[in-house]
Design a protein around this ligand. Structure first.
Ligand SMILES: [Zn+2]
Length: 131
């Protein structure tokens, strides 16, 4: 019956775990789709460069689009890594504690950002310092 204020309920953890898993799926899909499209652009771009030496403009556009897709893919990959880390914290029983100050992150925040590692205070402090 005794539950410490720092440990989220098992029900909450179960919900967060399934949310994390579904987000993980969608980021993996984004990553695969962006990578595949970027590869297609790379092949098309290479063919175009060989076929038409005046085609620099289009090649540049393709390069920009390809780079954008690769950024999308690498961001998705980072999110997957964050989600994996969050899932590991669920398993380890440390999920929901702020990594910086150790205080519990409010469940409302975790519902919006299930992979969050910092409470709002620390997060705000960190991004202010970065700027
Ligand atoms: Zn904190």
């Amino acid at each position: 019956m005794t539950s410490t204020s720092t440990s989220p309920s098992a029900k909450f953890l179960t919900a967060q775990r399934s949310e994390l898993l579904s987000r993980r799926e969608s980021y993996l899909a984004d990553m695969a789709r962006s990578t595949a499209t970027a590869l297609e652009l790379t092949e098309d771009g290479a063919n175009q460069d060989m076929a038409d030496e005046d085609g620099f403009g289009e090649g540049d556009t393709l390069n920009v689009e390809r780079d954008r897709l690769l950024v999308v893919a690498s961001e998705a990959k980072e999110r997957v890594a964050e989600i994996d880390a969050a899932l590991a914290r669920v398993d380890a029983g440390t999920y929901g504690a702020c990594e910086a100050c150790g205080k519990p992150i409010p469940e409302a925040r975790l519902e919006v950002v299930p992979e969050a590692t910092l409470c709002v205070n620390c997060k705000t402090g960190a991004s202010l310092r970065r700027k």
